[in-house]
Design a protein around this ligand. Sequence first.
Ligand code: SF4
Length: 439
Amino acid sequence: MNRKVAFYTLGCKLNYSETSSIGRLFNNAGYQTVDFSDTPDVFVINTCSVTDHADKKCRKVVKEALKISPNAYVTIVGCYAQLKPKEIAEIPGVDMVLGAAEKFQIVDHITDLTKNPKTLIYNQPVSEANEFIPAWSFGDRTRTFLKVQDGCDYSCSFCTIPLARGSSRSDTIEHAVEQAREIGRSGVKEIVLTGVNLGDFGIRGGERRDRFFDLVKALDEVEEIDRIRISSIEPNLLTDDIIEFVALSKRFMPHFHIPLQSGSDKILGLMRRRYKRELYANRVAKIKELMPDCCIGVDVIVGFPGETREDFIGTYNFLNELNVSYLHVFTYSERENTPAAEMKGSVPGSTRAERSKMLHILSDKKRRAFYESQLSKVNEVLFEGDIKDGFMHGFTRNYVKVKTKFDPVLVNELKTALLTQISPDGDVEITESEEMFAH
Ligand code: SF4
């Protein structure tokens, strides 16, 4: 069988790791993975429900796919497929829609590639998606996203993820360690630990068996991997013992991404987040006390219902004073079947956009200040394989993006470098350094 399959992924890192794993299922069944433009027999589109206009994006990708290969079999999986299977089934040219509990059985479902006017839908209630299916992204040799947790038991009032991915469940520590070793042996230097609510790691069969900190300690012993990053962790789950451990670890990078969402306790309450802003500020202070050069990224949502000008200015000032390195700014948008969508005090679109713009500018300022604080310092860089205008990029341990003239020998190598200056495009220029980097 010489069948070809191509993938398109929308959304988060978890989706990327799952697309890679689905790709391996196809390869094991004899399919060859090809580029989207390479006239595949099957297209798999892994969708997201968090991104705005998920439906429009999905529609567009299907249209493009069928332009390339009009007779190809089109399958849609992912969060949007779980939440709105019927809506997707109405998109012309879609042959099959698979929900959260079915997506990893995709190869078994695709038996006949004949296009059928009636779209097949396999979509059980999300409560059926209670098994943990491991996944990791492959293909990019430098960095791999390793999924160790899925689903979420929190009920943030704006979020559809628990509806799309089900309840919290995790891999075992033994299996995650085994996968990390395997990934390391394949030549990958850096793993990004990924999950929906990663800090909640440790639930299996509906019961808590381990804690995230146990996983961190176990992975720290994996000699095949040089670097491990924690993709994102809720502030209430980022405990002192984790911070203290990372501060002394050679493998866990001094880099945290911690969702804040709002700097107003009133809004945090409406969002049903499980902390107040004081806890967040304490987490940041603790990290910076132990790791002054640690990079800290922040997720923040603007325009949540009830967010007054004062609330927003409070968030802005809070972030301005906080010693963090960059922001990921999300503009609130109503999601069906969420409590927030029913709340009073909707913020006009233009105000949402204005607030988003202000925080984007603040983020640029924060990033630049963080980068400036790193100049004249020596750090270890892992170089990536990209090439743009004759330059290649890499990241320091504390996630400063650096650039240097492309040299194929450097790809996927760890080198010590001196950070010299910020280039006009915002990346940091480096020179090689003989100095040993002290971890
Ligand atoms: S912690 Fe909140 S925002 Fe994150 S996935 Fe769970 S419900 Fe959604």
